[in-house]
Write a protein that binds this ligand. Structure first.
Ligand SMILES: [Zn+2]
Ligand SMILES: [Zn+2]
Length: 252
């Protein structure tokens, strides 16, 4: 096939884009911070189907992220490069996420107090604590392998799988470099920074210093050279009537 590698790149970027959009706009700005309010039908579709696309459980993700804001870069922060190291954070964040899901299942009072306003249950794949939660990962891997087997375009299948399941790498980039290297607009007690490269690669999520200053804001960019593509997606969805901005989501 002519331009095979170009098509592979386009497929990777498309599915990476689907994954980071769901994480930044839906999991983060909508469910965790309520900076935007999803149309009820869209919210219901998201809660039922997002796990199948991303492999991330919404309640568990929101809980871990709220704890990150509560204890930023302190000893109880579930993921900080100052506790885990920049590279150690990659595994530490997954381990902590598993622990938090266990605590939600056992209704640990301390953990439940963090998410008491989230009026939806754990996704059915996560309720028993069995390995059934791996089903989305295996399903996408199987789809990619079938595609490779029947077409011979193995790399294209791999680009689909790696792009869609890229959330651990996205999380690692934001959680490590967004608290380790970059500029600071605000002298906050945490170590959050605005990292230019992570800002571009993760739809504005690299603007951690701005976000920690205004966690309820839907828009993370404050200066002309800061780019928040996640907010642009929120604007488009709002024009389509699929979400609205919460009253407290404006930067003061
Ligand atoms: Zn942060
Ligand atoms: Zn946040």
């Amino acid at each position: 096939m002519e331009n095979y590698y170009l098509y592979c790149l386009v497929i990777f970027i498309f599915f990476y884009g689907v994954s980071i959009t769901l994480t930044s706009v839906f999991y983060h700005r909508a469910i965790t911070h309520s900076a935007i309010e999803l149309n009820p039908i869209l919210k219901s579709i998201f809660l039922k189907s997002s796990v199948w696309l991303t492999g991330i459980e919404p309640k568990g993700w929101a809980c871990m992220h709220r704890m990150h804001h509560q204890y930023s870069d302190g000893p109880s922060d579930p993921h900080s490069p100052h506790n885990n190291g920049v590279f150690g954070l990659f595994l530490a964040q997954s381990k902590k996420y598993e622990e938090i899901l266990d605590q939600i299942r056992s209704k640990d009072p301390k953990i439940m107090s963090v998410i008491e306003d989230l009026d939806f249950p754990l996704h059915p794949l996560y309720q028993s604590g069995s390995l059934i939660w791996l089903t989305p990962y295996f399903s996408h891997a199987a789809l990619a392998l079938c595609f490779g087997y029947f077409t011979g375009f193995w790399l294209m299948g791999a680009c689909y799988f790696v792009g869609l399941m890229s959330h651990p790498v996205q999380g690692w980039m934001v959680n490590s470099f967004g608290h380790f290297s970059g500029k600071r607009n605000f002298d906050l007690p945490d170590k959050s920074t605005n990292n230019f490269f992570v800002m571009l690669l993760c739809l504005g999520e690299g603007l951690q210093n701005n976000h920690h200053q205004y966690p309820d804001a839907a828009k993370f960019s404050l200066k002309w050279y800061e780019i928040d593509m996640g907010y642009s997606i929120c604007l488009v969805l709002s024009w389509l009537g699929l979400l609205k901005f919460s009253a407290n989501s404006k930067v003061p």
